[in-house]
Design a protein around this ligand. Structure first.
Ligand SMILES: [Zn+2]
Length: 308
């Protein structure tokens, strides 16, 4: 029995409702559909994107929640725990039945809205649990799992889970084979290159997962933040190249004699990145160093790093 909770009336809810009604009325092609905060867009028959009002340097215009299906809907990434976003989702879903709520991963901007949405649509949750819980929001996820290659049915066709650890250990991309569209979460983003967050995130796993995606026959990528992307294989190849170039910079920044801390290396290896993003870049720098240690090119003594 579906429980429909009562959202308190608010101006944001009214705004979300009218935005939803106006945006769904016209069909946008993916190329036309550049997301903006709070927007609802119909990307293809049976595929809608609702952008959460959590814009920021890492989230772009906001987290993309995708609704896949028309009468039997799968919600992919319920997004952050923001009342206006839950209201926009509930309004856009309307009287459709939610068959499942799937997650790409459990960072707060993708999963923290899960419990609020499940008060309206208590559907099964499809997600994996992370190796390390730091940065993850796991409320409502006890016992949930989905296998790599696991499939869920929607009335827009089946959706297939593809394990893509790296940004987070429990990251999944979701493939809609009918359209050859891949929902990429934070594995591939429309606006920035993803942060890798050790110890849960892992650069070697990230690169392996990208190479795995490079073997798929894809038509379009639909990231967790930012616009959808054409020419998937070009995007994936550029991302692999970008990571390997950064790895070379990190290796070049390591002193041949003596040792350096992350703080010593950051301004050298990330000189091209705005200092406002150096807090997150520091995480990815550490992920690169751990990979260089794995491959025998760097060694670590406490918090100091050197060339091997
Ligand atoms: Zn994330």
């Amino acid at each position: 029995m579906r429980h429909r909770g009562n959202l308190p009336p608010s101006r944001s809810r009214t705004r979300a409702r009218s935005a939803a009604a106006a945006a769904v009325a016209r069909v946008l092609t993916p190329a036309e559909a550049s997301p903006h905060t709070g927007s609802v867009a119909l990307l293809a028959p049976g595929v809608r994107r609702v952008v959460a009002p959590n814009p920021g340097p890492l989230t772009g215009p906001g987290t993309n929640t995708y609704l896949i299906g028309t009468k039997q809907v799968l919600v992919l990434d319920p997004g952050p725990a923001l009342e206006a976003h839950t209201a926009a989702l509930v309004e856009t879903i309307g009287t459709a039945r939610v068959v499942a709520i799937a997650l790409t991963h459990t960072h707060a901007d993708h999963s923290a809205g899960l419990e609020a949405l499940r008060r309206y649509h208590p559907a099964p949750v499809l997600a994996r649990l992370p190796r390390h819980t730091e940065h993850h929001v796991l409320a409502g996820l006890a016992g949930t799992t989905i296998d790599d290659g696991g499939t869920v049915s929607t009335d827009a066709g089946p959706l297939v889970a593809i394990a893509t650890p790296g940004h987070a250990s429990n990251h999944l991309c979701w493939l809609l084979p009918g359209l050859r569209w891949l929902y990429t979460g934070d594995h591939i983003l429309g606006t920035t290159s993803p942060v890798i967050l050790p110890p849960d995130g892992d650069m070697t796993e990230y690169l392996e997962a990208l190479r795995r995606l490079a073997r798929l026959d894809l038509e379009r990528l639909l990231p967790g933040h930012g616009p959808s992307l054409g020419e998937p294989q070009g995007v994936i190849a550029a991302l692999i190249r970008h990571r390997l170039e950064r790895e070379s910079r990190v290796l070049a920044a390591l002193p041949a004699t003596g040792a350096a801390t992350l703080e010593d290396l950051l301004p050298i290896a990330y000189a091209d990145v705005s200092p406002s993003l150096h807090g997150w870049a520091r995480c990815t720098l550490q992920a690169h160093l751990l990979r260089l240690a794995e491959t025998g090119q760097a060694c670590r003594d406490g918090d100091r790093w050197a060339r091997a």
